[in-house]
Design a binder for this molecule. Structure first.
Ligand code: NAG
Ligand code: NAG
Length: 162
């Protein structure tokens, strides 16, 4: 009886530890430069491997809702099986796309850092970056050397700048 009780307590404790260690995945819009009017957007909302992501005015489209958690994370188009993917070679200027999410696929492992950079885990020196820091509709999103102060690489879920 006591053994059973103790075992139950042990299991509950382990379960609680697992719960607290699980990252909180939120569905959010990701705003470049902390500009709430601009969103990370799946071009044409076309769910296809290799489809580009871009900057676009936020307009409530499901092409702009991403599942992400702080720290190590996938960045998944909400409710789909498409993930932000850096491609196999991660270097300055590489365009970022979505691909079918694959458990453990290196090019889909990101780190959403305290300073709101989406840092590549294949090449930790590289971050999700807006091409030329331009926030016009249709501007592509690329991989670029991480720079902590660079606003081109800030993807906030709330306003951080004007
Ligand atoms: C919303 O944004 C998308 C870009 O994903 C664009 O193609 C679409 O035309 C926009 N819809 C409206 C109503 O502006
Ligand atoms: C993720 O980034 C944070 C900084 O925000 C850092 O402390 C942490 O070590 C990074 N995690 C990984 C797995 O790289």
């Amino acid at each position: 009886m006591f053994v059973q009780f103790a075992a139950t307590i042990f299991l509950v404790t382990v379960a609680l530890d697992l719960v607290s260690a699980t990252p909180v995945i939120k569905t959010v819009q990701l705003h470049p430069f902390g500009q709430l009017g601009k969103c990370l957007d799946l071009q044409g909302n076309i769910r296809l491997g290799g489809q580009p992501v871009q900057v676009y005015d936020c307009n409530g489209s499901s092409a702009q809702n991403w599942e992400i958690s702080e720290g190590p994370t996938l960045v998944k188009l909400a409710g789909t099986n498409y993930c932000l993917d850096s491609g196999d070679t991660v270097a300055d200027g590489n365009r970022i796309e979505v691909k079918i999410c694959k458990e453990g696929k290196a090019s889909q492992q990101w780190n959403y850092t305290d300073d709101k950079h989406i840092k590549n885990q294949v090449n930790e020196g590289q971050c999700v970056d807006t091409v030329k820091g331009n926030n016009q509709n249709g501007n592509r999103v690329q991989s670029w050397e991480c720079s902590s102060p660079s606003q081109h690489q800030v993807w906030s879920t709330a306003r951080t700048s004007t």
